[in-house]
Design a protein around this ligand. Structure first.
Ligand SMILES: CC(C)(COP(=O)(O)OP(=O)(O)OC[C@H]1O[C@@H](n2cnc3c(N)ncnc32)[C@H](O)[C@@H]1OP(=O)(O)O)[C@@H](O)C(=O)NCCC(=O)NCCS
Length: 190
């Protein structure tokens, strides 16, 4: 996986580092993703499923870090002296599909910590990830699923050139009778 490291200043003046995740980041990444799952925002996995995914994370991440067709980014706050705090405040992944006939197509996922939303972090990580994807020789298409009611995420994706290609009605069920539609969104790269 390509090494990426960028320091950014957010709209409210706070500073953060966006960089490729490493094996040493696993405990902080697990804690972050579990907290997001418990927040019950628009995510795919239930908290119990995320707990299981966290157990599998060391093996999965080791495999992912060997790939050249994937980019796993995290963001961490920067202290005034420029050093990283150990807390993960955002997670951003792009990974090409494993099937040979879909190897030109990558799936995107992004989550920002509640206290860092709306200050430009998702936007900055999207710019970094899209620059990487555009320069990648193999990738031609980035796609994702997003809850139809998730207006902030849809706006972020539209801003970065993604279009809605279709809607899955009642694709998600949070509890019996509570269904949610979702959209397939995609951007063609070149
Ligand atoms: C959706 C999410 C990733 C956006 O990231 P963010 O860091 O808060 O977004 P930014 O502050 O960088 O804003 C970037 C763009 O997103 C859109 N946006 C962000 N927050 C928005 C809001 N509350 N309402 C409408 N649009 C919004 C805007 O287009 C914005 O661009 P602008 O500032 O030029 O108007 C973030 O809110 C999040 O993690 N939500 C919970 C998890 C989630 O829904 N993940 C997506 C799963 S598909």
């Amino acid at each position: 996986m390509q090494d990426v490291c960028r320091d950014i200043t957010l709209k409210d003046g706070r500073r953060a580092r966006v960089r490729t995740v490493t094996i040493n980041d696993i405990p902080a990444r697990q804690a972050f993703l579990l907290a997001i799952a418990h927040e019950h925002v628009y995510t795919l996995m239930s908290p119990a499923e995320m707990q299981d995914a966290c157990v599998r994370m060391p093996r999965k991440l080791s495999e992912a870090l060997q790939r050249t067709d994937a980019l796993y980014l995290i963001a961490l706050p920067l202290r005034p002296d420029g050093s990283e705090s150990g807390q993960v405040i955002a997670d951003f992944t792009i990974k090409a599909h494993d099937y040979e006939r879909m190897g030109h197509c990558a799936m995107l996922g992004v989550e920002i910590a509640p206290e860092y939303r709306g200050v430009g972090l998702g936007d900055a990580m999207m710019h970094i990830a899209m620059d990487w994807a555009l320069a990648h020789p193999q990738l031609r298409r980035i796609e994702l699923w997003v809850y139809a009611a998730n207006a902030p995420a849809i706006a972020l994706y539209r801003k970065h050139g993604f279009d809605i290609e279709g809607t899955r009605r009642r694709a998600m069920q949070w509890k019996p009778g509570e269904w949610h539609d979702d959209h397939l969104m995609a951007r063609l790269l070149k």
